[in-house]
Design a binder for this molecule. Structure first.
Ligand code: SAM
Length: 254
């Protein structure tokens, strides 16, 4: 039997997932906004044109169902947020949630993170880049898909304003070890051993699931090194190892 249609969200209601509220409140329909970036235009994004104002820009890469972007957009109405994911279906759900919450300081795009930074983000134009729980990819033939690489660090460093923030989070100990081996080359990086203050019960869907499974959550925050010039950064990126770690969780117990 087909599932019954889901009831329309009630204005003022708070949606929950795994018992944890999804940030923001659903507004009456006449206050909904349009936040989909249906086609990423060629070339560098013009942030002022995209958001209709000048404000610091946060990029959330691999945003999944969008919890982290919704949380940041609610907590920081003075900042603009571009959330991206390679998977259209998750962007569809996330966009609808942002629309229903009137979060005009968000845009949502289907695009890979490397491609977004390499082709569409101008140098030194972004205040923060967030990556929560990038897929560790367990199969040998998928290892090349891992998002966090020396090249990705180079692209993130290039996109961020001097001193801009890079936020990384994973529940995979092997991936975390790898991140910690390359991130400090480009960023002044510090681990954080407590949940983010604006999302104590879990900032992302994957974090909530991982916590329910008893997994450790690894979080860290880096500041883009201001005196690292592009040529030096390129040389450094070329000298660093690729993420070829064995992702088998038995080899990386929590
Ligand atoms: C484990 S999920 C985490 C989602 C969300 N950040 C969270 O913590 O709940 C990884 C997400 O990254 C997306 N993804 C995988 N490769 C990507 C890439 N190269 N660029 C952008 N998103 C990617 C997947 O579609 C998926 O939604």
């Amino acid at each position: 039997m087909a599932n019954p249609p889901r009831p329309a969200p009630q204005p003022g209601s708070i949606e929950k997932e795994f018992g944890v509220p999804i940030p923001g409140r659903i507004l009456p329909q006449e206050q909904w906004v349009q936040t989909a970036l249906k086609k990423v235009p060629q070339g560098h994004l013009d942030w002022q044109q995209l958001f209709g104002r000048v404000a610091p820009v946060v990029i959330d890469i691999g945003c999944g169902n969008g919890r982290s972007t919704l949380a940041s957009a609610v907590a920081h109405p003075d900042m603009d947020h571009l959330a991206s994911d390679a998977l259209p279906v998750v962007i569809r759900y996330a966009t609808r949630r942002a629309n229903q919450r009137g979060l005009a300081n968000t845009r949502w795009a289907v695009i890979g993170g490397r491609e977004l930074l390499a082709d569409h983000v101008g140098p030194a134009s972004v205040a923060e880049i967030h990556v929560y729980h990038p897929q560790p990819y367990y199969r040998a033939d998928q290892i090349h898909l891992r998002l966090i690489t020396p090249e990705f660090m180079l692209l993130a460093h290039k996109a961020l304003l001097p001193g801009g923030r890079l936020i990384l989070q994973t529940d995979h100990p092997g991936y975390w070890r790898y991140m910690k081996s390359i991130v400090p080359v480009f960023f002044d990086f510090e681990e954080r051993d407590t949940p983010w203050p604006h999302a104590k019960k879990g900032l992302t869907r994957r974090e909530i699931i991982a916590r329910r499974q008893g997994l450790t959550i690894f979080r860290g925050e880096g500041r883009s090194k201001p005196n690292l010039d592009l040529n030096t950064a390129i040389h450094l990126a070329e000298s660093l190892p690729l993420p070829t770690f064995n992702a088998d969780r038995k080899k990386h117990p929590k």
